[in-house]
Ligand binder design. Structure first.
Ligand SMILES: [Zn+2]
Length: 199
């Protein structure tokens, strides 16, 4: 039978947990959600400085040693994946009965990750900090194509897994179509017994 426990093998936490060189405390800097950037700007500045320090700390602990000038988009991705182990956002895998449910009625064994919105905002701050600290825009690893693509994937994946739309506010932009991927089928989801049901 299909039980929630079997889903646990999908968790990839062990994959990321081994290269842990940072103290957890340094990473409580990620805001759980911040959609509007019109808050106080000094708060943003503080957050940016903390994020920058966190990243500097990460570089310092990196094995093999890594300096900012050698840092590429691939390293930024590594950093983002590393942060996932401190995430607090439930991301259901496609086999979970709650896949696509914004408000699951019961707990499940799916992993916790950093929310896309947090990562996206973090990259924006680090990207700005890099240039404020003398980095050239052309070599900004936080602006690398790979990082943009990764964030887009995370957004799509989390929006499907959590049944949440991350679409921006109505902004006129070109219609973009998705010719390759038809919408996932909604019918063949295995039925789960109602909570009180017994045989
Ligand atoms: Zn789940």
């Amino acid at each position: 039978m299909f039980s929630a426990g079997e889903i646990e093998s999908f968790s990839s936490q062990s994959r990321i947990a081994n290269s842990n060189g940072l103290q957890n405390s340094a990473l409580n800097v990620l805001p759980s959600s911040s959609t509007s950037s019109s808050g106080s700007s000094s708060r943003y500045e503080n957050q940016k400085r903390r994020d920058w320090n966190t990243f500097g700390q990460y570089l310092k602990n990196h094995k093999p040693p890594l300096t900012l000038s050698k840092c590429s988009g691939a390293h930024v991705l590594e950093f983002l994946k590393y942060l996932d182990q401190f995430g607090k956002t439930k991301v259901h895998n496609p086999l979970c009965p709650f896949y696509g449910h914004p408000n699951p009625p019961a707990p499940c064994a799916c992993p916790l990750r950093q929310a896309w919105g947090s990562l996206d905002a973090l990259i924006g701050r680090l990207r700005a900090a890099f240039e404020e600290n003398g980095g050239k825009p052309e070599t900004n690893p936080f602006g690398a194509r790979a990082v943009r693509l990764y964030l887009r994937d995370v957004r799509d994946l989390q929006s499907k897994a959590r049944g949440i739309s991350y679409e921006k506010k109505k902004r006129k932009h070109h219609h973009h179509h998705h010719p390759l991927l038809p919408p996932p089928p909604q019918r063949n989801i295995p039925a789960i017994p109602p909570p009180g049901a017994s045989c």
